[in-house]
Write a protein that binds this ligand. Structure first.
Ligand code: F0G
Length: 456
C-alpha cells in the first residue's frame, strides 16, 4: 500500500492546549521574541527540536522500571554498554548526561589554543565547546551542501579536497577530524559511506584520528541504504557497524537516535585518551558506570538502540519528515532539498528576501509561525551562527528555520495543520519585518537573546 503508517499505536496521550492569536502575541512579546523563552504550554505543535522530545516505547518504559541505581557497576550500565557496543564496538564507552557533555570532555582534552578541528559542519554546541578551549572549529562541507535548493543524495558529505589541503598545511595543529551524521546544521543531510571511507583514507594518510558526531546515525544509515549504490539490501545495523569501523571514536546524544529523553556518550579505542576523559568525567559528570545518568536512563537508551535500527521504524520516520517537506514544497515554500532525516528546513532568506541577514529573516519567520498557529520552530542562521568569538557579527552561510520532528510523537493531521499554517504565513510573507537583538550572551546566544521587531 502507498501509505506508510506509524508502526505503533498510541498507549498514553498528552493533551494539547489550544491558544488564541491574542494569547500567542502576548506570550511571544513577553518572551522577548525568543521561542526558547516561551512556556511550552503555550505551544501547540512543538517542532523546536527532535532532541529528547520523542515518545518512548512500552519496552523502554519497562526498562525504566528495570533500572538499577547502584552507584558503581549497575546492571543497567552493563546493558547500556552492550547495546552501544553492539552498534559501535569502540573499546571504551563513557556515558554522559547528553551530547554536549561528551563534547566538553573530549574538547577539554584534545582542544586548546592554536588547535583546529575540522568537521563537515559543527553543531553549535560542538563549535562552542571547541572555541571555549581556544581552538578553532572549521566547517568543510561540500559546496552542494550550502545550496539549499540543490538536489543531491549526500549533501552532508565532507569536501575531501579541502580537508586534504587543511591537513597538509596544519596537520600538527589538528588533534582529530570530525564528521557529523546526519549534518544537522546543514539541513539534516546524510553523509555517504563512500565519503566516510574517503575521510578515513585522508585521516590514515595524515595519521589523524577520526571522530563521529553520531547523534542521528540510524537516520544517516537509512539514507545510505536508500540512496547509495549497492547498499539497498543491507541491514541498517550492519551499515552502522561499518560506519563505526571507519572511525576511532564518537560523541553521541542519546536524545536523538537513542530514542531517549536524556543521555549520551563518548567512545573511543585509544586507552590513554579514554583515561584522560574518564578523569574529567568523574570531576564533572559522575562515576564511569553512570556518567550523570540514572540507571533507568541507561536502560531506556539500551532499549532505544535496539528499536532505532528497525527498518519499519526508520521507513516511517524518514517518510514522516518527507511528508512535511513535500507538503511545504508543493505549497511553494522554499525548503532545503532533499528533505533531511529529522527536520524540514525552510529557506527563510529566500522566503523573506526583503529582510537582510543581519535583521534575522529566520527569527522573523519563526515568530510568525508561532503567532499564526502556535508552532514552535528554531532559527538556524545568523542568530545562531552570526556572532564571532570577538563579538562582531556577520551573516551565517544560510538563514534557515528548522521544523524538527520529535520521534513517534505527532500524527499526520498535526503535520497537515503545520503545512496549512506555513502556507498562510507564506501568502503574506512580504508584510513580515525584521528584528534586532536587545540583549545577548557571549556564546550560544540563540538560547537566551532577546529581540525587538524593527518597524517596517
Ligand atoms: N551534535 C549534534 C549534531 C546535535 O544535533 C546536538 C544537539 C548535539 C551534538 C548536542 O547534543 O543536545 O544532547 O547536548 N542538537 C539538538 C538540536 C539540541 O536541537 O538539534 P545534546
Amino acid at each position: 500500500m502507498p501509505t506508510i503508517i506509524e508502526p505503533f499505536r498510541i498507549h498514553s496521550v498528552e493533551p494539547l492546549r489550544i491558544t488564541t492569536a491574542e494569547e500567542r502575541h502576548a506570550a511571544i512579546a513577553a518572551a522577548g521574541y525568543n521561542l526558547f523563552a516561551v512556556h511550552s504550554d503555550d505551544v501547540l505543535i512543538d517542532l523546536l527540536t527532535d532532541s529528547g522530545t520523542g515518545a518512548m516505547s512500552s519496552e523502554q518504559w519497562a526498562g525504566i522500571q528495570r533500572g538499577n541505581e547502584a552507584y558503581a557497576g549497575s546492571p543497567s550500565w552493563y546493558r547500556f554498554e552492550a547495546a552501544v557496543k553492539a552498534l559501535f564496538p569502540f573499546r571504551h564507552v563513557i556515558p554522559t548526561h547528553q551530547g554536549r557533555a561528551a563534547e566538553k570532555i573530549l574538547m577539554a582534552v584534545i582542544g586548546g589554543p592554536g588547535r583546529i578541528i575540522p568537521n563537515n559542519t559543527h553543531f553549535d554546541t560542538t563549535r562552542a565547546n571547541i572555541e571555549a578551549t581556544g581552538a578553532e572549529a572549521v566547517d568543510l562541507v561540500i559546496p552542494e551542501g550550502l545550496d539549499p535548493a540543490l538536489e543531491h543524495p549526500f549533501k552532508g558529505n565532507m569536501d575531501l579536497a579541502r580537508l586534504d589541503a587543511l591537513l597538509r598545511e596544519r596537520r600538527a595543529d589538528i588533534p582529530a577530524v570530525f564528521v557529523t551524521i546526519t549534518n544537522n546544521s546543514g539541513g539534516g543531510q546524510p553523509v555517504s559511506l563512500e565519503n566516510l571511507r574517503g575521510v578515513r583514507a585522508l585521516c590514515d594518510r595524515h595519521q589523524v584520528p577520526l571522530f563521529l558526531d553520531a547523534c542521528r546515525f540510524a537516520e544517516n544509515a537509512w539514507f545510505i541504504r536508500e540512496r547509495e549504490p549497492g547498499q539497498g539490501g543491507r541491514e541498517v545495523a550492519e551499515i552502522v557497524r561499518e560506519i563505526a569501523s571507519l572511525a576511532d571514536g564518537m560523541t553521541m546524544s542519546a536524545k536523538k537516535d537513542g530514542l531517549a529523553n536524556i543521555g549520551g556518550w563518548l567512545a573511543m579505542h585509544d586507552d590513554a585518551l579514554a583515561a584522560s576523559c574518564r578523569n574529567l568525567l568523574i570531576l564533572t559528570e559522575g562515576f564511569p558506570t553512570y556518567g550523570g545518568l540514572a540507571g533507568r536512563d541507561l536502560d531506556a537508551i539500551a532499549q532505544g538502540l535496539v528499536e532505532v535500527v528497525q527498518h519499519d521504524y526508520l521507513r516511517y520516520r524518514i517518510r514522516s519528515t518527507g511528508y512535511l517537506g513535500d507538503g511545504l514544497h508543493a505549497a511553494g515554500i522554499p525548503t532545503m532539498r532533499p528533505v533531511g532525516g529529522h527536520a524540514v528546513y525552510i529557506d527563510a532568506r529566500r522566503m523573506l528576501p526583503h529582510i537582510p541577514p543581519l535583521q534575522y529573516p529566520g527569527q522573523a519567520l519563526a515568530v510568525a509561525l508561532y503567532e499564526a498557529g502556535g508552532i514552535r520552530s528554531c532559527e538556524i542562521g545568523t542568530v545562531m551562527f552570526g556572532r564571532r568569538p570577538d563579538g562582531s557579527e556577520q551573516p551565517a552561510a544560510l538563514d534557515l528555520v528548522r521544523l524538527a520532528i520529535p520521534r513517534r510523537t505527532y500524527t499526520q493531521s498535526h503535520i497537515d495543520y503545520v503545512i496549512e499554517v506555513c502556507a498562510e504565513v507564506a501568502a503574506r510573507s512580504a508584510g513580515l519585518g525584521g528584528y534586532r537583538i536587545t540583549e545577548e550572551p557571549a556564546a550560544l546566544r540563540h538560547f537566551t537573546a532577546r529581540f525587538e521587531p524593527l518597524q517596517g
